[in-house]
Write a protein that binds this ligand. Structure first.
Ligand code: AMP
Length: 278
């Protein structure tokens, strides 16, 4: 497995693979890798002849009051995980390599980026879309793998890929959870012991919502989920929403293809999770 720092070297490695007729799968990450990330690398490994993973804590997707500086950085352990999961190359650029002096472009996927997490993290999805487009242009993969854990991000990237005719297959992958239901996340390590023991109640509340019969209206379902989340002492809710899974618009009535999403703050940690609602 190669570790590659420069965008030019990454582009050249991937170009060589494509010239040799090898399909390329790509998994963009911010590092601090866990089994959720590993599941994406394994899926890419199963579906492609070559796999590239990127590890880049993207400053452009963090707000000024957010955790960019303290975001966990565990590169040696990450490289070992990538190797074990079968990656061929890990691209870990410097911020200056991605955003050189004079960098001026932003990609905005309007509408989708303003709701849900976008309301609480202004500019976040602009930062995400911009860096993902750059990474896709550098690696030029046949397929790129994203977790449903960040469901809104997946929908934003699918929209960008369709709108800009990107020659890439965007693959959404299921959420990997701890045995108690907590969705794996690099930020879970911020949780204190007490917070960690309470955090699975978020998934518990969403799973309860997903089990409600079609007769329960969105309003009734959302009120029940909120009530259950608020049983956790010290928790605050950014949002709980039932949306159409394709365009993230609020559900007015129950229908197929809906998704129940929530973002909460537990102590100093922001947690997100979501479930499919049948
Ligand atoms: P991040 O490093 O948090 O930017 O995540 C990189 C990719 O891994 C994104 O596509 C995430 O959605 C995905 N991911 C993160 N956590 C999980 C999880 N628990 N299960 C599945 N995918 C995940």
């Amino acid at each position: 497995m190669r570790t590659i720092r420069g965008p030019g070297a990454m582009a050249a490695a991937s170009a060589l693979w494509r010239q040799r007729g090898l399909s390329v799968g790509f998994v963009p990450t911010m590092g601090a890798l866990h089994e959720g990330h590993v599941s994406l690398v394994r899926r890419a490994r199963a579906e492609n002849r070559r796999v590239a993973v990127s590890i880049f804590v993207n400053p452009a997707q963090f707000g000024p009051q957010e955790d960019y500086r303290r975001y966990p950085r565990t590169l040696p352990a990450d490289l070992a995980r990538c190797r074990r999961a079968g990656a061929d190359a890990v691209f870990c650029p410097e911020a200056g390599g991605v955003y050189p002096e004079g960098f001026s472009t932003q990609v905005e996927v309007r509408g989708l980026s303003d709701r849900l997490c976008g309301r609480f993290r202004p500019g976040h999805f602009k930062g995400v879309a911009t860096v993902v487009l750059k990474l896709l242009n550098i690696v030029r993969p046949h397929a790129a793998y994203f977790g449903e854990k960040d469901f809104q991000q997946l929908v934003v990237i699918r929209r960008m890929a369709a709108d800009l005719d990107l020659p890439v297959r965007v693959v959404g992958c299921p959420i990997i959870r701890e045995s108690d239901g907590l969705a794996m996340s690099s930020r879970n390590r911020y949780l204190g012991r007490e917070e960690r023991s309470l955090a699975p109640l978020l998934h518990g509340a969403l799973a309860w919502g997903a089990r409600q019969p079609r007769g329960a209206t969105p309003a009734v379902l959302l009120a029940g989920v909120r009530k259950r989340i608020l049983r956790v002492p010290g928790i605050s809710i950014d949002y709980v929403s039932l949306v159409d899974g394709r365009d993230l618009t609020d559900a007015r009535a129950r229908a197929d293809g809906q998704r129940l999403l929530a973002a909460v703050r537990l102590g100093g940690t922001r947690l997100i999770d979501n479930v499919e609602v049948a």
